[in-house]
Write a protein of this length. Structure first.
Length: 431
């Protein structure tokens, strides 16, 4: 068959958009085309059924909320999606560059509507294609951006780690919940839209202001939210592999990597993403959990004296499936939380100081770097747990600390010996 131009077997062929009702993974490319005749424009191509369905547009809606007109073009070959270079003459004569490309998922598709989510970035873009006439399509960037009403941060917990909590065990006014070794997130349920999972922190890198983990949860976007369960719910995102909690450092990799890499890691290692919702169990939460389905649950709540004691004992003995860190004590009437940590002690060797920031800049240390033996490799930093006076003394008289042993609290130790969430406790005077 004669090819009219690179990747274009037939310049009149516009195949029907295939019907897709269950999300599929495929790939896309956004070509930047400096054409002699049409001028600079963009060509968006989507691989469906081994054909590159194509649209040309003067501008592409890169930012959330933008919309642009795309004109349907003849089908190209999938191989052409990798093309970059110069078309010497004829149809499309000019230079072609790849502006963006990678994996994506198509949540649904049909003759009038297509939903595409890019996966080859840490912050995915959601593009909705709506046909308005025979060849005219509107491209809408429907990626959710942070709203002024969206909360930032999380409630601070009063720390009872070094206090006697026996009164909370005996008092029915308080319940215990495991302090899950995960990542605090928000479950956004907006009427008529699909669920979203976003961090409580504001993003400094994404144009949307959101750190979103929605698309790291396979299948979460299938259903639309009903008004009855709409709302904002806080919870802890964690992951399980072979029935065991994924270490926090590995969970961080799952949440902070590009989405396609995150999904591949989950599949290869048989990791299941989960989310436990906070709060005292109630009817609305039950409806939310039923709607969200597998992978979503209420945080385990110990109410009786026996249940509370049993939870504490299991955490102390490292037998609890969700934490080794400690518990959250919740007042049933006010919802006020207290945290109680069960953190083991570790001895480390102080090897070098690192400078303080903010109010400590120039006058005090930020903390120290440590090793597990006097001359072993430096494997981590400790930056919390110090008094201001100690930070200043460590800067002024650093020689008396270098090489000495410090005792720190940490939630766990990795296989390489790195301490997770270390906090300075005291200098070990006997070593």
């Amino acid at each position: 068959m004669k090819e009219y131009a690179p990747g274009l077997p037939n310049k009149k062929r516009l195949s029907s958009i295939p019907r897709i009702s269950s999300e599929i993974k495929t790939n896309y490319v956004l070509h930047e085309h400096h054409a002699d005749r049409a001028g600079k424009h963009f060509d968006f191509r989507l691989n469906l059924n081994n054909k590159a369905y194509s649209w040309a547009m003067r501008y592409f809606p890169f930012k959330a909320g933008e919309k642009r007109l795309g004109i349907r073009q003849p089908d190209h070959t999938v191989e052409y999606m990798r093309f970059t270079g110069e078309i010497k003459d004829g149809y499309g004569k000019g230079k072609v560059y790849i502006k963006d490309s990678g994996k994506c998922k198509v949540e649904y598709a049909g003759k009038d509507l297509i939903k595409v989510v890019t996966l080859s970035t840490q912050h995915p873009a959601e593009i909705l294609l709506k046909r308005t006439s025979e060849k005219n399509w509107i491209f809408l960037n429907v990626t959710r951006a942070r709203k002024p009403s969206d909360p930032i941060g999380k409630k601070s917990y009063k720390d009872y780690t070094k206090k006697d909590i026996s009164r909370f065990v005996d008092d029915d006014q308080y319940v215990f919940q495991p302090k899950i070794d995960g990542s605090h997130n928000l479950l956004l349920l907006e009427p008529g839209k699909h669920p979203r999972i976003v961090s409580h922190r504001e993003s400094k890198r994404s144009d949307t202001g959101l750190i979103e983990h929605t698309h790291r949860f396979p299948g979460i976007t299938k259903a639309k939210v009903d008004k009855e369960i709409a709302g904002l719910y806080r919870g802890e995102v964690y992951a399980v592999r072979k029935g065991k909690l994924l270490p926090a450092e590995e969970l961080g990799g799952i949440l902070n990597s590009k989405v396609d890499k995150s999904l591949d890691t989950q599949k290869d290692q048989k990791i299941q993403m989960r989310m436990a919702l906070f709060g005292i169990p109630g009817d609305k939460h039950k409806k939310v959990l039923k709607f969200m389905g597998k992978g979503f649950e209420e945080v385990q709540t110990a109410k009786s004296k026996f249940e509370k004691s049993d939870m504490l004992e299991k955490i102390r003995n490292k037998q609890h499936p969700m934490t080794e860190e400690g518990i959250v004590i919740v007042n049933k009437s006010t919802g006020e939380p207290y945290k109680y940590r069960l953190r083991p002690d570790y001895d480390v060797y102080i090897r070098r100081m690192f400078p303080g920031q903010g109010k400590y800049a120039g006058i005090a240390v930020g903390g120290f770097e440590y090793s597990l033996s006097p001359r072993g490799p430096i494997i981590g930093k400790v930056g919390t747990g110090f008094t201001d006076a100690l930070r200043i003394d460590m800067k002024t008289n650093s020689k008396k600390y270098i090489g000495k042993v410090a005792t720190v609290h940490a939630t766990r130790q990795t296989k390489k010996g790195v301490l997770f969430q270390p906090a300075f406790t005291r200098m070990h005077l006997d070593k």
